[in-house]
Write a protein that binds this ligand. Structure first.
Ligand code: NIG
Ligand code: FE
Length: 390
């Protein structure tokens, strides 16, 4: 297998406390690393680097693990700029617009959806996202949810069945029948295409009992649980996530002290979605309270056409630092190792021998520039599974 030496790394973020400067980011200065095939083979001081078949000198730039975006709704058709404009003029976000995207997505062919997703996935990759999770949830019929998951499967193994996104209009007067469909025929068709089961557990979406039914059915079908919870109002999302041993509960905007305690005690990751808080002009999640309590925090984009048409993890990092009071180091860790924890992945989100060679070279001497220079061209190179794609 060919080996490539990346040298001249001013600051290497390994996310391995033991390997670097003793902080969570595990910073190694004046570093080098060797890629062998799809994996990292060696990490250390540039002065000690072994020989390799090829060599790339990054001239003092910082290298960070590829971003792990653990929450997206990337497969959809259409757009909702009018809804965004109305919100910016004072309308609240309700999730009611989801049906607008459902109508457009049902009308789209698999090829059209694949092409739309390709554009967004490429944009994300060029911004440093090397692992992405993708949910269904804009089909809401058996055939359409299958269509979305088949498209999602073309981009990632981290696919999530979100048939319980909202109750579609045609079931508005028979909610129980829709929940039964999700737990029955729809789950049966979708489970082979998904790793995860998710429910939008919130006001205007699914309540505690419905959420419990869908999660239980999903787990019985072999899927791993995760949840949308506590976005629009306080609700039972966090407690249910703890009860089911979910990998993550996402949004976490409205939390009580009990919720924070439950997250800490259960080890469920709190995935914060600053792009959604930004684009719905809502309260930002209180990352500081979560981190200070010892909860594992992840940052993700929530990319979707309604609440967060955001592909950029660097933008999410900048928002989390400015608006959620995370330090630049905490935000970077949450966008890499945090995302990996939220997806229960040990091969991504850090840089060590054996890990995937997923790397972002910053056009900057250190990682702080991700938040310090928002919306600039901070990502200089992207490597995914040992291949340079930017
Ligand atoms: O995570 N909150 C639920 N679902 C998405 C929004 C979907 C939409 O508005 O289209 C979210 O924010
Ligand atoms: Fe979401």
């Amino acid at each position: 297998m060919t080996t490539t030496l990346i040298t001249g790394i001013g600051e290497l973020i390994t996310n391995d406390r033991a390997r670097g400067d003793g902080t969570a980011l595990g910073i190694v200065r004046d570093a080098a690393l060797v890629i062998e095939g799809e994996r990292v083979a060696w990490v250390g001081a540039a002065a000690d680097a072994p020989a390799a078949d090829a060599s790339v000198d990054v001239a003092g730039r910082a290298v960070v693990p590829g971003f792990v975006d653990s929450h997206t709704h990337l497969v959809f058709a259409g757009e909702r700029s009018a809804e965004f404009a109305a919100r910016m003029a004072g309308e609240p976000y309700t999730g009611g617009g989801i049906m607008t995207t459902v109508a457009a997505t049902r009308a789209a062919t698999r090829d059209e959806l694949h092409a739309n997703t390709r554009v967004l996935a490429d944009e994300m990759l060029s911004l440093g996202t090397t692992t992405v999770e993708i949910k269904s949830g804009y089909g809401l019929t058996v055939a359409d949810e299958v269509k979305l998951l088949e498209v999602a499967r073309g981009f990632t193994e981290e696919t999530t069945f979100l048939g319980a996104h909202v109750v579609p209009a045609e079931y508005a007067h028979e909610r129980a029948a829709y929940v039964a469909l999700v737990c029955g025929e729809m789950l049966k068709a979708c489970a082979p295409l998904a790793r995860w089961i998710d429910v939008f557990c919130d006001t205007g979406a699914f309540d505690e009992e419905e959420t419990r039914a869908v999660l239980a059915a999903g787990v019985s079908a072999g899927l791993l649980p995760r949840l949308h919870g506590n976005q629009l109002e306080h609700g039972p999302g966090v407690q249910l996530a703890a009860e089911f041993g979910a990998a993550s509960v996402d949004h976490c905007t409205h939390l009580t002290d009990d919720d924070i305690g439950a997250l800490r005690d259960s080890g469920v990751v709190a995935t914060l979605l600053p792009g959604a808080d930004f684009s719905t002009r809502s309260l930002y999640s209180d990352a500081r309270a979560l981190l200070d309590a010892g909860v594992t925090v992840a940052l993700a984009s929530d990319c979707n056409p309604g609440s967060s048409y955001v592909t950029s993890m660097p933008f999410c990092i900048a928002l989390a630092v400015r608006e959620m009071r995370m330090t630049p180091a905490e935000a970077l860790y949450a966008a890499t190792a945090g995302g990996a924890a939220a997806l229960r992945r040990s091969d991504v989100g850090h840089v060590a021998p054996g890990a995937a060679a997923d790397l972002v070279v910053l056009d900057a001497p250190n990682h702080v520039h991700l938040a310090y220079r928002p919306a600039g061209r901070v990502v200089a190179q992207v490597w995914k599974q040992g291949i340079r794609i930017l």
